[in-house]
Design a protein around this ligand. Structure first.
Ligand code: 3H9
Length: 692
């Protein structure tokens, strides 16, 4: 079948795009569409043209894979849109699924748009660090007004068919057969002249204040990002300059944005997110189990948060505790969380009761006999976990998935106490578990493919980004964060203020620096880990400056302060006594503080993540560098526009990263060294290893 199929419906020519999976504007598509317009021009009997997508969607945009091609090899979307806009016969975009980016731009250059009731239309380019580059910045404001256009282009979120109709973005919402309805519509409008062209309209609702306010808001909504400012500039041009001028400026700014490191990073993230859901070696036909009943052991903060994920999607949850008061507290917390959402208007009172109604509290582990998936979420102690899994093995039905929410412990060891280690897996949720999107899915040595595939499906069902990792201390996220924390503490020993260390991470775009994060998580957690690890290695009790802070009783936000003080606004403020404690510590240890610039702090912190990430990759604990990036985006707030830590390092050049690591006294991991020597990126490594 040709990539663009031409078919006559009497006097209407229908052009159907067949470019699965999402009809992106790939090489071959413009050629096929031009051929269709040639045919419509040549044949006097053709009165109008319909453009429709074959398969599941209309055009989902420019083909993101072609962004790095030289301009002359990239599909010419703008050339096609120009011809469409000037076409002498009426053209109708028949839209189902999603008309996104270049797809909506094609539709906007058509004379008319008809859509199915479930269609969605949007300009999501900002999410790729670019801007609508085929007339979207100039046409959308002319259709929906300046304010709505800004909102759509800056958020990148699509609108549904009904809203699109109200906005005048579409001409008709179709029930039933879209193709037939579009042909009918085209025929009914075949003789309309002059043809209405969006490019000839003015922009409603524009004012200098509107654009000034939009610019002022960017610091909050798009801090540190490049393309949103350009989008506002172009929307303003749409309102104040002739179409042709805005159209030319758009082309130039699109190229600038496309060639920016931020766009490269965001495109890397787009594909990394999609790859992360795929497990190498796991067949597409791997059976996926049905999860209808969920059991949770532990009604503490984690257990309660985990339970909410399932209740939110209508799955019944049985939650088990050892004592009635702990169970009551857990339930009250879940209810309070839901009621807070209801107060904010995110849920109705009915929703709250419906969700609470799906929750069965019990002190009896035997009540988990019917559960398809059981998640243990008690405190981190191997003996306690082993006892629970031994009991679960006796109680759970055959085929039930037995999962541990451990964040550090060895899942193989936990699995080994059961007679069914193939049913055991780690499901590591991030706190707060009802909010954070990341789920590390820890594949133990004997975990079966079905258990793995089912866990991935469960992650999708509850709206999490599931990333498969292997067993090691801290898995991917926490193992890397431990190295990062070590480096942060060292920087303070050497002379940096904690505030300066955190500020460097803010400048990189992270919502929190390492010390704010530790204060939030509780300083006692890291303290306990350091003590434990030293004990295991037979080393003396750790006595760093941070250990000393914990020993003063300051454990972070939960005790009102830790490294910093916190007021009601929960913002960190330096504490003079802690500053003195650090100064005394340095003096006692004979450390002469030195000035440390932001550049050094940023490199040492970011590259400590990268170096550990490279080690993790080499050990096969993560399948891909892209997976590590996805973990850092969704679990730690690493900004997508930096590409995650591994993407960021690749953008800096791995040779430079290795040299900086050495300069600051760290040894580059062998894989990092190797890639640096070969002049490669982590993305190249991912591509090579994908081939096997
Ligand atoms: C643009 O248009 C620029 C213009 O303004 C100017 C140009 C001059 N290209 O997400 P899924 C692949 S910028 C290439 O899993 P879903 C995707 O990688 C573009 N590939 O499915 C995946 O591949 P694989 C503006 C693409 O049903 C497969 O399709 N448009 C593209 O959950 C399925 O994707 C956008 O930003 C693409 N444009 O969601 C839209 N899109 O199977 C981006 C998808 O190998 N796309 N793929 O893993 C989306 O938002 C979602 O993919 C969509 C479907 C909603 C369409």
């Amino acid at each position: 079948m040709s990539i663009v199929e031409q078919a006559r419906e009497g006097d209407i020519l229908v052009l159907t795009i067949h470019n699965p999976p999402v009809n992106a504007f790939s090489p071959g598509v413009p050629e096929g569409l031009h051929a269709g317009l040639d045919a419509a021009e040549a044949d006097g009997d053709v009165r109008a043209v319909v453009i429709i997508g074959g398969g599941r969607t209309f055009i989902a945009g420019a083909d993101i894979k072609t962004f790095d091609l030289p301009r002359e090899q990239a599909p010419d979307l703008r050339g096609f849109v120009t011809r469409l806009d000037a076409f002498a016969k009426p053209t109708v975009a028949a839209i189902h699924g999603t008309a996104l980016g270049g797809g909506l731009e094609v539709a906007l250059a058509c004379t008319y748009r008809v859509v199915t009731a479930d269609a969605r239309l949007g300009l999501p380019e900002v999410k790729l660090g670019v801007l609508p580059g085929a007339g979207g910045t100039q046409r959308l404001p002319r259709v929906v007004g300046a304010q709505k256009a800004l909102e759509m282009m800056l958020s990148g979120s699509p609108v549904g068919a009904t809203e699109a109709r109200t906005l005048g973005l579409v001409d008709e919402v179709v029930e039933g057969d879209l193709r037939a309805a579009a042909v009918e519509f085209a025929r009914a409008h075949a003789d309309a002249r002059p043809l209405p062209r969006i490019s000839e309209r003015g922009v409603e609702g524009a004012s200098p204040e509107l654009f000034a306010a939009a610019r002022a808001g960017l610091g909050k909504t798009h801090k540190g990002q490049y393309s949103p400012g350009l989008i506002v500039d172009l929307a303003e041009m749409a309102a104040t300059k002739p179409f042709a001028e805005g159209w030319d400026a758009e082309a130039q700014l699109f190229m600038q944005a496309k060639d920016s490191p931020q766009s490269r990073a965001l495109r890397h993230v787009f594909f990394a997110e999609r790859e992360a859901g795929k497990v190498r070696g796991l067949g597409k036909d791997t059976p996926v189990g049905d999860v209808r009943q969920v059991g949770i052991i532990g009604a503490g903060t984690m257990g309660g948060g985990i339970a909410m994920n399932f209740l939110n999607v209508g799955l019944p949850v049985t939650i088990v505790e050892t004592a009635q008061d702990a169970l009551d507290r857990g339930l009250a917390t879940i209810r309070r969380n839901y009621e807070n959402s209801a107060k904010k208007g995110r849920l109705t009172g009915d929703d709250v009761e419906k969700r609470m109604g799906l929750l069965t509290p019990t002190l009896d582990m035997g009540a988990l006999a019917d559960a398809d998936l059981i998640i243990e979420a008690v405190f981190e102690n191997m003996e306690v976990k082993k006892a629970i899994f031994t009991r679960l093995d006796a109680v759970a039905k055959p085929g039930a998935i037995l999962a541990s929410n451990t964040s550090t412990l060895n899942v193989n060891e936990i699995a080994a106490v059961t007679a069914r280690p193939e049913q055991v897996i780690g499901l590591h949720f991030f706190s707060p578990a009802n909010v954070m999107k990341l789920l590390e899915i820890v594949r133990a040595d004997k975990t079966s493919d079905t258990v793995l595939a089912t866990s991935l499906a469960v992650a999708r069902k509850i709206g999490k980004v599931g990333v498969v990792v292997g067993v090691c201390d801290g898995f991917v996220g926490n193992r890397m964060v431990h190295r990062y924390g070590d480096e942060a503490r060292k920087l303070v020993e050497e002379g940096a203020d904690p505030q300066a260390v955190d500020a460097a991470m803010h400048a990189l775009g992270l919502p929190m620096g390492p010390f704010e994060m530790s204060d939030m998580a509780g300083l006692d957690i890291g303290y306990a880990i350091r003590q434990h690890q030293a004990g295991e290695r037979g080393e003396p009790k750790p006595d760093g400056w941070l250990d000393r802070i914990v020993e003063t009783g300051r454990k972070g936000q939960k005790t009102g302060g830790g490294i910093y003080d916190y007021g009601d606004d929960r913002r960190p403020r330096p504490n003079a006594k802690m500053g003195q404690l650090i100064a005394d510590y340095r003096a006692e240890k004979g450390l002469t503080p030195r000035e440390i610039g932001q550049d050094e702090i940023t490199k040492r912190l970011a590259y400590s993540l990268v170096n550990e990430g490279a080690q993790i990759l080499e050990e096969g604990i993560a399948q891909r560098a892209g997976d590590i990036d996805v973990i850092y985006l969704y679990g730690y707030g690493f900004p997508a526009y930096r590409g995650g830590p591994m993407g960021y390092a690749s953008e800096q050049g791995l040779g430079n990263v290795a040299a900086d690591l050495e300069k600051y006294g760290q040894t580059p991991a062998p894989l990092l060294r190797h890639l640096a020597d070969e002049g490669k990126t982590f993305a190249a490594y991912d591509r090579e290893t994908a081939k096997g």
